[in-house]
Structure formats: structure tokens, C-alpha cells
Design a protein around this ligand. Structure first.
Ligand code: IFM
Length: 465
């Protein structure tokens, strides 16, 4: 059967500044630079984010490679810690402006639509140490100033802006589960950081509207659907709790303009409501978006707790526990993560029926493999057919959802060239091109050729065994 997509569909890949640029000519540090300096043992292979794809130097080659595999769009992020030279005065770093200008211009000249994200987990360390990062509303306002600078500098050419990538992840990693700096464990503080992040997002959207650019603004959310083990009410309730905390917490205020009442009651009962003002709430709930990006990797499986909650601080897991579904499929190359392509259909249905069918794109879909499983290149090309097969399975579900009315306008693979990951560094590979860590050479993979053929044919022939 032929799986087809619209003619003007966006096809491409996503990455972020920290994960690709390298630290060349950067005067300030992000929390990632700092964390590596202070706790290098946390990072796979002892490889820091300073040693990445060298995109800062090789952006021209990279854009040519995008074009070669048919990409018509690409998301990356501006690094706050690169663009702003002085966080007190707001002084801009001219070298950073030159770099981002050239990078963006190269994309446009090659028919690649730049989508620029403003925050991808990369708090400047100075703002983290001085104010506590998004623990503080001072930093909220500093973020908005930085965002406005980006709009003014690049908004004449960038037509798609995103405020945050996966805004819940720094909350989880930095304040609950110990995988982002500052690695605190404090549920109430986590809620404050989430709230302040939403405020920064909404104030940024408001400022963007004020500039009246000919461009659109959205945000990128990791909407992991929640499934449970049976129809029993207590298990279904557990799944609803997980959904509340991990999906609806950001999605509802940002897209529906409302805070989920159940979440507010839970936080109130836990004495974990954030410090807020009515004026801030007004801003948060009145910042409509032009689109959202949805990142999807794995489903979430939860059921009612069968054991007592033992942590001495609040986390969402007070209300459910994870379980492994018998008979499910798993990716042997990524910690046995579950594979569930139909989740894409479920996400699309949720957006269509519960979120006003807002315009959205699949902003990250990524199939992790490791170097061994991808194997050595054959005739100069890496054979990642495993990735292609899974991407196709997911796209079949997306096409089905679009036939049913989903308002989806594109798909971006995570990622373009194998890039550095938070803590996992280069443990897993996701790219359309392999990065040779020694030479920094980019080696084509079959998945890149596959993308090119999809773009040319507006889809692919799918053999539904
Ligand atoms: O590397 C990350 C990215 O920064 C955000 N989404 C998930 C990716 C793969 O783990």
C-alpha cells in the first residue's frame, strides 16, 4: 500500500545548539559545561558537550548535507549562553550573531526552512548559580529579554519559532530525578520551576505578538501517551494521574488556556502550589499558540501502586507505578525501551478531539541504535534498516491519523547528524548521518536516502506483513 503525505509537508530533522555546536568562541557557559567540569563521571565516555559535531565550524557542510537528503526544514536552538554576553546588561555577543545569521542564511539559501527554538535545557550557569535559574522570576524576565533579542535579530527570516523544547524535562531532571543540573530533589520547587517556565513561555509569546513579525510561534512538548494494564478503575485512575502530571500540566494551560482542576487540587493538598499572582495567571492562560511540536519516543505504562511510596519528597509516582506490559515489543538497542507506533495515532486523536485540532508537527521521532548495532559502513553507507522499518511503522500511524483529520504539517527525525545527548553523550545514535567521533566526519546512513525518497515521492510503499 502507498502511504502518502501532503505535497507541502515539512520533512527534516531536529537538534539543539548544545548538542551540536561545540563551545567555540563561546564566552559564557551553560549548566552542561559547568556540570561536566564538576562531575565528569556522570557523562558517558567522559565526553562533554564541548566536543560535539563542530557545527559552529562546519555549518555550511551540514546544510549541504541536509539538502542532499531532501530535508526541507530543520529545527535547532539558539544557545542563550552563547547569544548573551552579559546577563546583567543584556549585551549581545556579536560573534554569536554572526554565526547564527550565517547558519540561518545558509539554510534558507538551500531551501531548508529554519525552525528556531529558544530554550533546549541550557540554562546559563551564571543565572543558575546567581538566581536558581527558573526557580526565580528574575530569570523569567531575563529569558523574555533574550527571546526578544532573538526575534529582533533573526525574526525577519525565521518563520517558525518555538519557546521551549520539552519544558517538563528540566523540571523532572533538575528537581525530581537527578539527571539534569542542579539535580535537586524537591517536589515543591519542581512545581515552582514548572510554573515559572510556563510564565516565561507565555510572556515570550506575548512579546512575540507585540513585534508583529510575519512568523509563527509554538512550543515543543514531549507528549508521551499513558496506557494501563486493564479496565479496573484504580488502574485507569493511575493512568489519568500520570497523564495529568506529565502531559496535561503543560499542554492544557498552553493550548487550552486552562490549568487542569484535578492537578491544582492535588498540588493544593500537597501544599505544593507555586507562588503566583493573578496577573501572571492571566498571562499564562492567554497566550494562544500557532502550532505545537510533539516529541514521541516511547509509551508510558502505569498502574495503581502495589507498593508503598518510599521517597521523603513528593514526585508524581506517589500516584502510580510503572510496569512492563507482557507481550509488548522492545528496542533491544535502547535499554529495551518499548516500541508502540500506534501511540502516534493516539496522540493525534487526543490533539484532534481534546485540543481543538491545533496545528502540530511531529517534532521528534527518534529510533535509538548503538554503533555496534548500526555496524560498519558498507560502500560508504551505514545500514540502519532497523531504524527505517520502525520509522515507517510510526509514519503509517501518522498517515492514518491524518486521514482521520489530524492537523499535522510535518515530521522531524531526531536527529540529523548523530549528536551528543544529555549524560548519555554518544552512547546512542539517532542521526540520518553518523558522526565519526575521531575525525568528526559525517557518514551517510540509509535512513537519509530513505528520507530523500519519501520527500520525492510524497510517501512510501509499505509492505504490511
Ligand atoms: O536528545 C534528546 C533531545 O534533546 C530531546 N528529546 C529527546 C532526545 C533523545 O533522547
Amino acid at each position: 500500500m502507498k502511504v502518502t503525505f501532503p505535497k507541502d509537508f515539512m520533512w527534516g530533522a531536529a537538534t539543539s545548539g548544545v548538542q551540536t555546536e561545540g563551545n567555540f568562541e563561546k564566552t559564557n557557559k551553560s549548566i552542561w559545561d559547568y556540570w561536566f567540569e564538576t562531575e565528569p563521571e556522570r557523562f558517558w565516555g567522559g565526553i562533554s558537550s564541548a566536543e560535539v559535531c563542530e557545527t559552529y565550524q562546519r555549518y555550511e557542510e551540514d546544510v549541504r548535507l541536509m539538502k542532499e537528503i531532501g530535508m526541507n526544514s530543520f529545527r535547532t536552538s539558539i544557545q542563550w549562553s552563547r547569544l548573551i554576553k552579559n546577563f546583567e546588561t543584556g549585551e549581545i555577543d556579536e560573534q554569536a550573531v554572526r554565526f547564527y545569521n550565517q547558519y540561518i542564511d545558509a539554510m534558507i539559501a538551500n531551501g531548508v526552512e529554519p525552525m528556531i527554538n529558544l530554550y533546549h535545557f541550557d540554562m546559563p550557569i551564571e543565572l543558575q548559580e546567581q538566581y536558581g535559574g527558573f526557580e526565580s522570576k528574575i530569570v523569567v524576565d531575563k529569558f523574555v529579554e533574550y527571546a526578544v533579542a532573538c526575534f529582533q535579530l533573526f525574526g525577519d527570516r525565521v518563520k517558525y519559532w518555538a519557546t521551549f523544547n520539552e519544558p517538563i524535562v528540566p523540571v523532572e531532571g533538575g528537581y525530581l530525578y537527578d539527571f539534569h543540573y542542579p539535580a535537586k530533589k524537591d517536589g515543591k520547587l519542581a512545581v515552582q520551576v514548572a510554573y515559572n517556565t510556563m510564565l516565561a513561555h507565555a510572556k515570550t509569546v506575548q512579546a512575540f505578538r507585540g513585534l508583529q513579525l510575519e512568523a509563527e510561534i509554538g512550543t515543543i512538548l514531549n507528549l508521551t501517551p499513558t496506557y494501563t494494564c486493564d479496565e479496573q478503575p484504580h488502574n485507569k485512575l493511575a493512568a489519568e494521574y500520570a497523564d495529568l502530571f506529565f502531559n496535561r500540566s503543560f499542554l492544557d494551560p498552553m493550548v487550552k488556556g486552562e490549568f487542569p482542576a484535578e492537578l491544582v487540587s492535588i498540588l493544593r493538598a500537597l501544599h505544593a502550589l507555586p507562588e503566583y499572582t493573578e496577573a501572571e495567571i492571566e498571562i499564562i492562560l492567554n497566550a494562544p499558540l500557532d502550532f505545537i511540536g510533539v516529541n514521541y519516543y516511547v509509551p508510558r505504562r502505569v498502574r495503581a501502586r502495589t507498593t508503598a511510596y518510599e521517597l521523603d519528597y513528593f514526585t508524581p509516582e506517589m500516584f502510580f507505578e510503572y510496569y512492563i506490559e507482557e507481550g509488548a515489543r522492545f528496542n533491544p538497542f535502547r535499554d529495551n525501551n518499548e516500541i508502540k507506533p500506534v501511540a502516534i495515532y493516539d496522540i493525534a486523536q487526543n490533539i484532534q478531539h481534546n485540543y481543538g485540532n491545533i496545528k502540530w508537527f511531529l517534532s521528534e521521532i527518534g529510533i535509538a541504535m548503538d554503533l555496534e548495532s548500526e555496524g560498519a559502513p558498507i560502500d560508504g553507507v551505514v545500514d540502519d534498516s532497523f531504524r527505517i522499518a520502525l520509522l515507517e511503522e510510526h509514519l503509517v500511524q501518522l498517515a492514518k491519523a491524518m486521514e482521520a483529520g489530524a492537523n499535522c504539517f510535518g515530521v522531524h527525525n531526531w536527529t540529523f547528524i548523530d549528536c551528543w545527548s544529555w549524560l548519555n553523550s554518544f552512547k546512542r545514535r539517532y542521526g540520518f548521518y553518523r558522526l565519526d567521533l575521531e575525525t568528526k566526519n559525517r557518514i551517510p546512513k540509509k535512513s537519509g536516502q530513505w528520507l530523500k525518497s519519501i520527500v520525492e515521492n510524497q510517501g512510501f510503499e509499505y509492505n504490511d506483513k
